[in-house]
Design a protein around this ligand. Sequence first.
Ligand SMILES: NC(=O)c1ccc[n+]([C@@H]2O[C@H](COP(=O)([O-])OP(=O)(O)OC[C@H]3O[C@@H](n4cnc5c(N)ncnc54)[C@H](OP(=O)(O)O)[C@@H]3O)[C@@H](O)[C@H]2O)c1
Length: 273
Amino acid sequence: MSSFAERSLAEYYRGKRIVITGASSGIGKDLALLFSEWGAHLALTARRRELLDEVKAQADKGGAEVLVTAADVRDSAAMQTMADDVLARWGHVDLVIGNAGIGGLNPATCFDLEIHRRTLEINCLGLANTLVPYIPSMLARREGHLVGVSSLAAFRGRPRAASYSSAKAQQGIFLESLRMDLRPHGIAVSAIHPGFVVTPMTEHTDFNMPFMVDVRKSSLLIARALKRRVPRYLYPWQMRWLVRVEGLLPCRVYDWLLPRVSGQREDLKPRTL
Ligand SMILES: NC(=O)c1ccc[n+]([C@@H]2O[C@H](COP(=O)([O-])OP(=O)(O)OC[C@H]3O[C@@H](n4cnc5c(N)ncnc54)[C@H](OP(=O)(O)O)[C@@H]3O)[C@@H](O)[C@H]2O)c1
């Protein structure tokens, strides 16, 4: 990205009031650090308070206000309380990024319903618990931007990933419906679909992860897409094209091909990532 493009992003985000979930690690943490460098005010949340405090210590150097709240996105009351507190302090929020999520494997041959439940609760209900509390104040202002971080795994079922793929698909469809309902009220809704990004979630060798991008590149791409208020953003471009081609494959071809190219071992057991 050219320095001119970065300067124009910095200008756009300066002074914006931004909420980010899953800000203790990976994509959410790096987005928080990038936005803080650009002078955005931040309200950050995740469960691990000590990690959030470390992110705050770094983000504070940007000079804007950084609020942190330790909360579980599954706890709708806690997410509502956080939104009430943030809105009481700031009056309004410009951008809410529902990024908190867990990954995981759940092979159908030894399917673990507890992992399934946890994956859906955190990724799907957690996203609703994150975004919904800000809708009334955005409706009143006729302004605002709601974002969910889904995945490229949302578009077709990935092998041994029934829980993760279906949760990410739900997020995409949820965001699409919100988008239609809220657009006439001046509120933008964006679904972000990352490919593989270097974060703690991808620190494993359970399957192949082609065209992996580093987390800062991911943050810059997301920031640029959100500035354009795109309805849906798939990245990196190589994976965007692969997903488009995959979408055209008949089921029999897809079912034969995917397990072979995924590089997964046969002995994988259910686990979250
Ligand atoms: N990395 C990738 O390749 C990739 C690709 C596609 C999509 N994504 C999506 O990107 C998002 C971020 O993933 P990441 O790669 O940055 O993973 P990560 O480094 O593991 O970070 C996940 C974040 O979510 C938070 N979180 C998890 N469960 C939570 C809960 N119950 N309540 C509140 N916060 C919770 C974690 O914080 P605490 O543990 O402190 O609560 C952490 O901050 C996820 O939605 C993921 O599905 C990632």
